[in-house]
Design a protein around this ligand. Structure first.
Ligand SMILES: CC(=O)SCCNC(=O)CCNC(=O)[C@H](O)C(C)(C)COP(=O)(O)OP(=O)(O)OC[C@H]1O[C@@H](n2cnc3c(N)ncnc32)[C@H](O)[C@@H]1OP(=O)(O)O
Ligand SMILES: O=CC(=O)O
Ligand SMILES: [Mg+2]
Length: 546
C-alpha cells in the first residue's frame, strides 16, 4: 500500500499522499485512520469551501469595480441588536491570556515558546510558517510530542531543550481557507490546507489534551465573512461527533484581520458561539486586506509608507475599539496584535524596541484588551508587566464593557485621514523586505528578522501590495517622482543587487524576484503571493504543481 517514492493510496484508492514519506516519523501522523478523518471532513466541506472562496472573489471584484462598498449587513441586524446572546467563553488554560507568544512549530521554537513564560503559545501553520511538506508534517510531529511531554532534546553543541514546569497553553493556528495541501489528494484533488492542519492536530491530540486538563484550541485566520465562521463551526461539530468528543469542547479564537470581517464581528462570534473564546486584532493582514480590497479606489485609500501605518491612525483605531467592545458585550476575550519590533543585540536598538512594544501593549491594555501577542521570548516580560499593571490579579477584563465606543462604517473605511507620506525610502524598503522575506519563505522559513523587525507572510503581503497600489495610483513620492511600473522595476533591480551582495550565493533570490515582480508589478493584484508561489515552488515532487 505504502510506496515511499510514488505516493501512498488508501485501500479504496481515494486518498493519495504524494509528499515524501521517507521521514522516519511521518507515518505516525499520516496514519490510515487520520487520513480517513481528514477525508471525511473534506467530503463534507470541500464544496462549501469552494463556494465561499468564489464569494470572496466576486465581492472583491465588485469592490474593485466600485459597484459595491462595505457596510454592516442588513440581513444580520437582529444578531447585532440582540443583546441576549453570549459566547461560551474560556475553557481550562484560556481564562488568563495576558501574554501570548506566537511562532512556527519547529522543534526548538516549540520548546522555547512553551517555556517562554507566556500564558498561551499560538503554534502557527499560517503567517509564520512556510508550508513546505516538511514543515507541515514536521510541525504536527512536534506538537504531538510536545503535548505528550516527549520532546526534550540536546543539540550537537550540547544545549538542552526541555519543557519546564508551567508550559503555555497551546492554541494551534491552521492555514487559511485559501490554501490547499497539494501533497494530500482525495480523488485526485488537493485537500484544503485548513482541514489538513486542523484535522491532523485534532485527530491525534484532542483526547490527549483533554486528559491533561487542557483542550483542542484553535486560532482561525483570515476569515472574510460570518459564513466562513459558520463553516468552521460545522467542521468542529462534525469533528467532535466523529471522535465522540462532547460538542462544545473546542475553543476558537477568530482573527479579525480582513476589512470585510470587521463588519461582521458580532456575526462571526454568533456563528461560533458554542465554541468561541474570543477575537484577535490581526493588524498586519488587516492592513493587507484594506489595500487589497480598496487599492483601486484612488487616492483616498492610498496608505503612506508602511512604517507610518500605526495602530493610532483613525481607521486602525476604529477597528480595535470595535473589536474590544464587541467581544466584551458577548463575553469573549479581546486579544491584541503583534508589534513588529523584536529584541536586538545592539543595546540602543534593543531599548528602542522594548519601548515601542511597551507603548503598544499599554495602549491595548488601557483600551480593554485582555491580553496580547509577542513575537519573541524576550518580549514576554514587557507584555506581562503592562497587563499585570492593568489586570492585577484578575485573569482578564472581559467585564470592562466599552459602551462608550461608537464605530460607524465610515470610521472603519476612513483611510484618507491616515496622513503620512510615501517616500522613495518606503518604496525601496517594501521591495527589499519583500525580496528577503520571499527568499526565506522559499527556503522553508516563514518568519524572519529583517532590519530589526519581525516579518512574516502578512507583512510581506503588505510590502508587495503597497508597491502595486502606488503604481496603480501613480502615487507621487515626497521626492517628486510619480511611481510607475518602470520606476519600481528599476528600484527592484537595485534592491535585488543589494540583497544578493548581502546574502551571498546560497539563496532563492532569483525565484523571489520573479514572485515579487508577478505579484507587485503586474496589471492585476493577485489575492495572495503564497498561493501561486506554493504551487510553483513548494510542491514536491517538482512538476506536481497542478
Ligand atoms: C502577522 C502575524 O501573524 S504575527 C504572528 C506570526 N509571526 C510570528 O509568529 C513570528 C514569531 N517570531 C519569530 O519567528 C522569531 O522571533 C524571529 C524570526 C522574528 C526572530 O528569530 P531569531 O532570529 O531566531 O531571534 P533570536 O536569535 O533573537 O532568538 C533567540 C532565541 O529565542 C528563540 N525564539 C525567538 N522567537 C521565538 C518564538 N517566537 N518562539 C519561540 N522561540 C523563539 C530562538 O529560537 C532562539 O532560541 P535559542 O537561544 O534556543 O537558540
Ligand atoms: O495574524 C496576524 C496578523 O497581524 O496578520
Ligand atoms: Mg495574519
Amino acid at each position: 500500500m505504502a510506496d515511499k517514492l510514488n505516493g501512498f493510496f488508501d485501500k479504496a484508492g481515494r486518498i493519495q499522499v504524494t509528499g515524501d514519506r521517507t521521514h522516519a516519523r511521518f507515518d505516525e501522523i499520516l496514519t490510515p485512520a487520520a487520513l480517513d478523518f481528514v477525508a471525511r471532513l473534506d467530503n463534507e466541506f470541500a464544496g462549501r469551501r469552494r463556494e465561499l472562496l468564489d464569494a470572496r472573489r466576486l465581492r472583491r471584484e465588485r469592490l474593485a469595480a466600485g459597484e459595491e462598498t462595505l457596510g454592516f449587513l442588513a440581513e444580520t441586524r437582529s444578531v447585532r441588536e440582540d443583546g441576549d446572546w453570549q459566547v461560551t467563553g474560556a475553557a481550562p488554560g484560556l481564562e488568563d491570556r495576558r501574554v501570548e507568544i506566537t511562532g512556527p512549530t519547529d522543534r526548538k521554537m516549540t520548546v522555547n515558546a512553551l517555556n517562554s513564560g507566556a500564558k498561551v503559545w499560538l503554534a502557527d501553520f499560517e503567517d509564520a510558517t512556510s508550508p513546505t511538506w516538511q514543515n507541515v508534517i514536521g510541525g504536527q510531529i512536534n506538537l504531538y510530542d510536545a503535548i505528550r511531554r516527549n520532546i526534550d532534546f540536546t543539540t550537537e553543541a550540547g544545549k538542552q531543550y526541555r519543557i519546564g514546569g508551567t508550559p503555555a497553553t497551546i492554541v494551534a493556528r491552521p492555514r487559511g481557507w485559501h490554501l490547499v495541501e497539494k501533497h494530500i489528494r482525495i480523488d485526485g484533488r488537493p485537500v484544503s490546507a485548513s482541514l489538513v492542519d486542523f484535522g491532523l492536530y485534532f485527530f491525534h491530540n484532542a483526547r490527549q489534551l483533554l486528559a491533561r486538563g487542557s483542550g483542542p484550541y484553535f486560532y482561525l485566520p483570515k476569515l472574510e465573512s460570518h459564513l466562513e465562521a459558520r463553516l468552521w463551526n460545522d467542521v468542529f461539530r462534525l469533528a467532535q461527533q466523529e471522535l465522540g468528543i462532547p460538542q462544545g469542547t473546542i475553543r476558537a479564537t477568530v482573527l479579525i484581520e480582513t476589512i470585510t470581517a470587521a463588519f461582521e464581528m458580532d456575526e462571526i462570534l454568533y456563528e461560533l458561539r458554542e465554541h468561541a473564546a474570543g477575537l484577535n486584532a490581526g493588524r498586519w493582514d488587516y492592513i493587507f486586506s484594506v489595500i487589497k480590497n480598496f487599492g483601486e479606489q484612488g487616492a483616498d485609500f492610498v496608505l503612506p509608507d508602511r512604517a507610518q501605518v500605526t495602530m493610532t491612525v483613525p481607521f486602525m483605531r476604529a477597528y480595535t475599539e470595535l473589536l474590544v467592545s464587541t467581544c466584551h458585550r458577548r463575553g469573549a476575550h479581546a486579544i491584541g496584535g503583534m508589534a513588529a519590533f523584536i529584541p536586538s543585540k545592539d543595546p540602543e536598538a534593543n531599548a528602542t524596541a522594548l519601548t515601542k512594544v511597551r507603548q503598544d501593549k499599554e495602549r491595548e491594555a488601557n483600551d480593554g484588551f485582555d491580553g496580547s501577542w509577542v513575537a519573541h521570548p524576550g518580549l514576554v516580560e514587557t507584555c506581562r508587566e503592562v497587563f499585570d499593571g492593568v489586570l492585577g490579579d484578575r485573569p482578564n477584563q472581559v467585564d470592562k464593557l466599552r459602551d462608550d465606543v461608537v464605530v460607524t462604517a465610515e470610521d472603519l473605511l476612513d483611510v484618507a485621514s491616515s496622513g503620512g507620506e510615501v517616500t522613495e525610502q518606503g518604496l525601496r524598503a517594501n521591495i527589499n523586505v519583500g525580496l528577503r522575506y520571499i527568499d526565506a519563505w522559499l527556503r522553508g522559513t516563514g518568519a524572519a528578522a529583517i532590519s530589526g523587525l519581525m516579518e512574516d507572510a502578512a507583512t510581506a503581503e503588505i510590502a508587495r501590495c503597497q508597491v502595486w497600489q502606488w503604481i496603480r495610483n501613480g502615487t507621487k513620492l515626497t521626492e517628486g517622482t510619480a511611481v510607475t511600473a518602470e520606476f519600481a522595476t528599476r528600484l527592484l533591480d537595485e534592491e535585488f543587487a543589494e540583497v544578493r551582495a548581502d546574502l551571498g550565493s546560497d539563496n532563492r533570490l532569483a525565484d523571489a524576484r520573479e514572485i515579487f515582480a508577478e505579484t507587485a508589478l503586474g496589471e492585476k493584484l493577485p489575492s495572495f503571493f503564497t498561493t501561486g508561489a506554493y504551487a510553483r515552488y513548494l510542491t514536491e515532487p517538482a512538476g506536481a504543481a497542478s
